[in-house]
Structures are given as C-alpha cells and as structure tokens.
Design a protein. Structure first.
Length: 253
C-alpha cells in the first residue's frame, strides 16, 4: 500500500464539535420559521425529514442529491421548487450562520488537518452530502478550515448519493481517480463513516461525538480523539516503529 495517500474527513461531529441531534433540532426550528408564511411549521418539519430520508435512499446515478430532495420536498408541500428554493437560499445566506452559537470552538480541527497536509496526505471533505455548498462552507468557517487546499468537498449539488450508501464513497473514488487502498476515512459515525472499509479504505473513528447505532459489525482500524489520528496515520506511513507506544487505540489492520 502506498501511503501517504488521501484522508477523507467527515465534518459534523468530527471536525465541527457538535451533537447532530441537537444541532438538527436548532436548524429545523430556524429554517421552518422562514417558511412559516407559506408552510405551517409542523408540516414543514415533517416534509423536511421525509424528503431528506428519500434523498438519502436515492440510488439513481442520474439524479443529484439536490434534485432528489427538490422533487420529494416539492411534492410533499404542494409547492413548486422554483418558489421554495429561493427561500432556502436566502436562509443559508442570511441566517444559517447564526447557528454557530450552538457550536463550541474546536482548536484541534485546523491543527490536525494542517499536520495531515504537512505529512504529505491529500485531503477531501467527505461530509454527508445533504446540504448545499453555502451551508457546508459556513460550517467549515466555524472551525477555520475553509481556506485549506481540499481536493474535493461533497455537497448535495455535486453528489448523487449520501452516506451510508457505499455508492457515496465509490463516487468520490471515481471523481478523484483514487485507489481505496491509499485512502483513510475519518469520522465519528460507525455506520455512515466506517462503512468505507468495505471498499478497502482504512478507517479511523473519532470518539468525541461518537454515533453508534449498533448491529453494523463494523470495526475501525483505529480510534481515539481527533489528535490521535496523527500517530495512526504515521503508523500507516511507516514513520513509527511497530513497537513504538501511542495513545491511539488500534483495531485490526
């Protein structure tokens, strides 16, 4: 195997220190208020949840995630997407940034990613592609990683699949012409992130905001806090002797 290769980073709960259940509730409350003049908040919340599920379940390679969501949401609320999308866009441009108040600082995010770059790895932001680029870029700014040289950032507009579908990872590999054996997926969600190992990627589980629903049988190759990723990558690259001690917990390799 040729390391360094490419490190794929999840965003929420991995680089952005946030409990997604809590954040999602705050997000839904904020965005539903913007739609209140045309869609009752409860009806909006139900349509948003069901349409997101439909988008995540879509496996049609000819349909982007944006298109899948647009069709589902427009059908459920009985409004044309041409009327709905400008409201979403205005929310992301004007109000989404206010959600930062629910997210603590993460001094490790920029430091870790920068050290990964210095060690010779390429970086990909492999966040679940259920948000438009504006929302993803905003969250990247919250942890000061938006200006780093990302090879690719997955969004609902440039992807046709979502996590935990294996096709999501296959699409990234295809777009960037990557060999999975030279890639490492880093994330906090066992089912959504560690599934990349089924394609031959190494995986590292960030345990700070761990999400584990149980029953997947997926075992990461390494795990620990975000800074523990660095000795794990060094081990892969052969920069450490096999008997050198480290705080990182290593799984089967």
């Amino acid at each position: 195997m040729a390391y360094p290769g490419t490190v794929l980073f999840d965003l929420d709960g991995t680089l952005v220190p946030v409990d997604m259940d809590f954040f999602y509730k705050a997000y839904v409350k904020e965005v539903s208020s913007r739609f209140a003049p045309i869609i009752p908040p409860e009806a909006f919340r139900e349509a948003l949840l069901e349409s997101t599920y439909e988008m995540v379940s879509n496996l049609d390679p000819a349909v982007t995630n944006h298109e899948a969501f647009a069709r589902a949401f427009s059908r459920r609320v009985g409004q044309p997407w041409e009327k709905l999308w400008p409201v979403f866009q205005d929310f992301y441009q004007r109000d989404f940034g206010r959600l930062k108040r629910f997210v603590p600082e993460n001094p490790h995010a920029r430091s870790v990613v920068t050290q990964v770059l210095k060690a010779g790895w390429d970086i990909v932001l492999a966040t679940n592609a259920i948000f438009p680029e504006e929302a993803i870029r905003e969250r990247m700014r919250w942890v000061n990683i938006d200006d780093l040289p990302w090879k690719y950032i997955t969004t609902m507009d440039n992807m046709h699949y979502c996590k935990p579908q294996l096709q999501y990872y296959e699409e990234i590999l295809s777009i960037l012409k990557l060999d999975p054996s030279t890639c490492v997926m880093v994330g906090n969600d066992v089912e959504e992130d560690m599934v990349a190992q089924k394609l031959g990627m190494k995986t590292f589980l960030v345990e700070d905001f761990l999400i584990e629903r149980g029953g997947s049988g997926l075992k990461p190759d390494g795990k620990g806090k975000l800074p523990d990723l660095l000795p794990f990558l060094a081990r892969l690259a052969g920069e450490e002797r096999p008997d050198e001690s480290s705080n990182v917990a290593l799984g089967p390799s």
